[in-house]
Design a protein around this ligand. Structure first.
Ligand SMILES: [Zn+2]
Length: 178
């Protein structure tokens, strides 16, 4: 397992990194072992239910794909993400102290998978409804399909290594053509 290269950019919101676990035909949540490795490497508590994590990832991935391709998203994915987010409500709580003063209580009391997957679903909703939705991109390098949030207007690749690979590919194509 040590030699597995995970598709973690380290520059993106966790929910984008989460969507990127589906990399073409490769599923980096494909086994429980891989999923635990991914979650711990991405600095998140591993999901107990890998199948549930994978299923939510699929829904988020399809919503991101629809966003970057300006296609209609599957309605089932919207329902799924909303349902997962509802499992970990993050609405503020009004708490009255013995002194009579009000304080804001903890946001969300869910634990375990409900908190983890609910948090990712909530992050997906936030990303798709704020400025980042129109900045969501897919890497332009041939053979790469990672999502990233285009914070720099000229960024076209998920990572410098992809930019390099694309330049190389074009160089070889030019040479082959000449
Ligand atoms: Zn890339």
């Amino acid at each position: 397992m040590d030699d597995v290269e995970l598709p973690i950019l380290g520059t993106e919101p966790l929910v984008v990194e989460f969507a990127n676990t589906l990399y073409g035909d490769e599923d980096f949540l494909g086994t429980t072992e891989l999923a635990v490795l991914w979650f711990t490497t991405a600095h998140a508590q591993p999901a107990r239910d890998t199948a549930a994590a994978r299923s939510l990832r699929d829904s988020i991935h399809s919503l991101f794909t629809a966003t970057v391709t300006a296609a209609a998203p599957p309605a089932t994915a919207i329902v799924h993400v909303n349902a997962a987010a509802a499992q970990a409500p993050t609405s503020p709580q009004l708490v009255r102290q013995p002194t009579g003063a009000f304080v804001a209580g903890p946001r969300g009391t869910a634990t375990g998978d409900a908190a983890l997957l609910g948090g990712l679903a909530t992050a997906c909703i936030e990303l798709l409804t704020d400025d980042r939705a129109r900045l969501l991109r897919r890497c332009e390098s041939p053979g790469c399909c990672l999502f990233f949030v285009q914070r720099h207007p000229r960024r076209r690749y998920c990572h410098e290594s992809c930019a390099h690979r694309d330049r190389q590919a074009r160089y070889y194509r030019r040479r082959a053509a000449s």
